[in-house]
Design a protein around this ligand. Structure first.
Ligand SMILES: NC(=O)c1ccc[n+]([C@@H]2O[C@H](COP(=O)([O-])OP(=O)(O)OC[C@H]3O[C@@H](n4cnc5c(N)ncnc54)[C@H](OP(=O)(O)O)[C@@H]3O)[C@@H](O)[C@H]2O)c1
Length: 237
């Protein structure tokens, strides 16, 4: 049974990850780190502990004590506001500091599987370091900043034992009840929120062969995992 940390749980993607993890038989506890209380119906779920955090780069000893025994983190805190002065701190400093802290403090005792950090990145994020000065036509600052973040976090697994890191790269995320036909969803590189959440939860729980997951892989993994959950074939690990 796993204990999962989620950030961004009040947002569109993080809230779907929260709902999925709470319904997953292999998850016994979700610790959601948010800046304001979760006000969705999940707030009263007995598997949820919601901790309010004011500084995401230096988590307090009290918060760290609550995270003890955690097996994975789904980091979906973030925004795409170009030109935002808080961008560097929110999109780079916080997730990189948290991943390092978890690798140091939580990975050594994560058992039976390694501690896994799953970063919510994006399809257009410039993950490759080929040309960091390339001029991009749109969302240049966000795509480069988030690219540095995914490189730093993926690179961290060479530094720490019992720690695995992944970056997921969805395209446009749409609601589950969006009327767009599935063929068009695939052709436009979109993904339904619930499918993304199911894929991300599975990576947090079971890892994966690769470090980067592209939108198509996330969509098919998510659809399969949701079907398994509905059919009751996902087991308690
Ligand atoms: N939506 C998409 O189509 C899409 C596609 C690809 C990648 N992404 C990436 O996925 C991530 C999540 O996206 P989303 O659509 O779920 O965004 P969202 O709905 O705006 O949610 C953002 C989450 O981050 C939290 N947050 C933002 N700024 C914060 C701050 N300064 N301090 C503490 N918490 C903060 C928000 O908390 P509050 O609720 O308190 O504001 C919320 O929980 C982002 O990095 C985004 O770039 C999104």
């Amino acid at each position: 049974m796993s204990k999962i940390i989620i950030t961004g749980a009040t947002g569109r993607i993080g809230s779907a990850c929260l709902t999925h993890c709470l319904s997953h038989p292999a998850v016994h506890l979700v610790v959601a780190l948010t800046r304001r209380p979760i006000d969705s119906p999940e707030a009263n779920n007995s598997k949820l502990k919601n901790l309010i955090v004011s500084n995401f780069s230096t988590l307090s000893e009290d918060v760290l004590a609550e995270l003890e025994g955690a097996n994975a983190c789904i980091w979906s805190l973030g925004q795409n506001s170009e030109g935002d002065p808080q961008m560097e701190e929110r999109e780079y400093v916080w997730p990189v500091a948290a991943a390092r802290l978890f690798a140091e403090k939580l990975a050594p005792s994560s058992t039976p599987a390694p501690f896994r950090f799953v970063l919510m990145s994006g399809q257009l994020v410039l993950h490759s370091n080929a040309d960091p000065n390339a001029s991009l036509w749109f969302f240049s600052q966000a795509r480069k900043t988030k690219g540095r973040t995914s490189r730093a976090i993926i690179g961290m697994q060479d530094e720490f034992s019992n720690f695995e890191s992944f970056a997921v790269r969805p395209g446009g995320v749409i609601t589950d009840d969006n009327y767009t036909p599935n063929l068009v969803v695939a052709a436009l590189s979109l993904i339904r929120r619930g499918d993304l959440a199911a894929a991300v939860a599975d990576i947090a729980l079971n890892g994966g062969q690769q470090r980067l997951f592209e939108c198509g892989e996330l969509r098919s993994k998510g659809i399969q995992k949701r079907e398994e959950l509905l059919a009751g074939s996902l087991t308690k690990l």
